[in-house]
Design a protein around this ligand. Structure first.
Ligand SMILES: [Zn+2]
Ligand SMILES: [Zn+2]
Length: 122
């Protein structure tokens, strides 16, 4: 199988990112600078799982990506959070660079707990 020039998830990100609704402040501390957009469901893991489950060839990602995006709208656009860079790093320090999909709810709870610690009660 010919190798793609870059990580295939980037093809999906390129297509999806214009629809990301980044907040104007960190969900945990309210910072307004150096903001990152975090997916509770890792896009890389979701994409790999989808390709595998549907027996699809990653080589065709450019023609497949719209289907992937359509089938994963909640994970791509709703189960997301805006965090300042330090809090984004902190989350990944706890859950890893590529947090397993099963940790999504735990990550959400972690963010909520950190938020309460900062006095930002929902
Ligand atoms: Zn923060
Ligand atoms: Zn992240």
């Amino acid at each position: 199988m010919p190798k793609l020039k870059r990580d295939i998830v980037k093809y999906v990100r390129d297509r999806a990112k214009s629809r990301y609704e980044k907040d104007s402040e960190c969900k945990i501390c309210g910072a307004t600078e150096r903001l990152d957009f975090h997916h509770y469901y890792s896009m890389t893991l979701l994409l790999n799982k989808w390709l595998q489950d549907n027996d699809l060839n990653p080589q065709y990602i450019q023609s497949l990506r719209d289907d992937f995006i359509e089938e994963h709208e909640p994970e791509l656009f709703e189960y997301t959070v805006t965090l300042c860079h330090p809090h984004h790093l902190a989350l990944h320090k706890v859950y890893g660079k590529e947090p397993p999909l099963v940790t999504a709810k735990k990550q959400m709870r972690w963010v909520q707990i950190q938020r309460e610690k900062h006095g930002l009660v929902s």
